[in-house]
Design a protein around this ligand. Structure first.
Ligand code: ZN
Ligand code: ZN
Length: 296
């Protein structure tokens, strides 16, 4: 029997979307939403892991220049140029405008552009800027502090929703409304995924509820922290108790912790009030976190 090699990256369901991922602090991080073709970060080795799936990527958003987040960019570009696949598919790359390291890389690739058989469009972004990648998806950039200039990203998906104002209507009233004005559903831009790279989740200005938040888990406890630009997981949990996050993915776990240590810390944290699911993405594995403390 012919056996397939194990996948080096993992796949997890995120509110109806499929997210391919690999997450190891200091080594490689990427998060690819295959449906809309949106990828957050492209760490070293992303292309050899994804192989043909690199052709799924239409819009690549880079949070910052560190090698575990952007070091896979050359491999992504050149693999798309050589592997069998849709070699004419354009690629849009968004990055924090003013980040010196990324600006140098972009200049280099832009200059070698004629060697690439497909169009690459580079988009420097500023904090607060909102990009409509297509008719259904928008991405908003947020300022975060880490090193040089960095951005966090919030993905919005347009979804058909039942207006909350109609929640109290009777079945008869709903029927009358549909007769008079057609469908009662409305198209609403729903914040579905927030990704902040290596940085703190900004506590202010984030719309609620964000359905899925990818939390930098480099440091579980603030006591372990080496750089102030990271938010410790315990600080996230202290803050998140007042929010309505429905789905939390802890990512980018430091190698100083084992997955079991991280899960025990998160599940046992006294301020853990996340009302929905919590999962740890560790390398290519997705590990559920027990919901102790929920609703307390
Ligand atoms: Zn970094
Ligand atoms: Zn990192």
């Amino acid at each position: 029997m012919k056996t397939q090699p194990p996948l080096l990256y993992g796949t997890v369901a995120v509110k109806g979307l499929s997210l391919d991922f690999y997450s190891r602090a200091l080594l490689c991080n990427f998060y690819l939403l295959c449906g809309p073709g949106i990828m957050f970060d492209c760490g070293d080795g992303a292309a050899p892991m994804l192989e043909q799936r690199i052709f799924k990527v239409k819009h690549l958003f880079l949070s910052h220049h560190h090698v575990d987040h952007a070091g896979g960019l050359p491999g992504m570009l050149y693999a798309r140029n050589t592997l069998p696949g849709d070699k004419e598919k354009p690629l849009h790359i968004y990055y924090p405008g003013g980040n010196g390291f990324l600006a140098e890389q972009v200049a280099f690739f832009a200059n070698t552009g004629p060697e690439l058989g497909f169009p690459v469009y580079y988009h420097p972004l500023q904090p607060g800027q909102k990009v409509a990648v297509d008719a259904r998806y928008q991405v908003q950039a947020y300022a975060v502090e880490h090193e040089d200039i960095c951005l966090a990203y919030l993905l919005y998906e347009q979804r058909r929703q039942w207006p909350t104002a109609y929640a109290a209507l009777s079945a008869e009233q709903i029927k009358r409304h549909k007769t008079n004005s057609g469908s009662a559903y409305q198209d609403v831009d729903v914040p579905i995924v927030f990704y902040s790279g290596d940085m703190a989740v900004p506590c202010d200005g984030l719309p609620q509820p964000v359905v899925t938040v990818l939390v930098d888990s480099t440091f579980l406890s603030a006591r372990d922290r080496m750089f102030t630009s990271h938010l410790a997981v315990e600080e996230f949990l202290n803050w998140a108790g007042a929010t309505r996050f429905q789905d939390v993915l802890y990512v980018h776990l430091s190698r100083r912790y084992t997955p079991d240590e991280a899960i025990a810390f998160i599940a046992g944290h006294g301020q853990n009030r996340i009302p929905g699911s919590q999962r740890l993405l560790w390398a290519n594995r997705c590990i559920p976190i027990p919901q102790t403390g929920k609703g307390a």
